[in-house]
Ligand binder design. Structure first.
Ligand SMILES: [Zn+2]
Length: 76
């Protein structure tokens, strides 16, 4: 009878522990599906100094320009 009481107590503790584990995992925040933001390399127009993404910049002889007008004005 003593062992039956001890066994039921252990069973109760294990049951409570498993309930706690399930509750903790359910309350965990969901994983973020969004990818981290990409870093875009910025360059400065050599003529006016405005910064713009490298993919939008015009390049000539290793320098960057924000527009064809500034490229022409710089003499490139
Ligand atoms: Zn410019």
């Amino acid at each position: 009878m003593k062992y039956l009481l001890l066994l039921s107590l252990v069973g109760y503790v294990v049951w409570r522990w498993r309930e706690g584990q399930a509750g903790r995992s359910a309350s965990a925040p969901p994983p973020n599906p969004e990818p981290p933001p990409q870093t875009i390399e910025m360059v400065a127009c050599v003529y006016c100094g405005v910064h713009l993404p490298v993919l939008q910049a015009l390049t000539a002889r290793g320098v960057y320009f924000c527009s064809p007008a500034h490229q022409k004005a710089h003499g490139a």
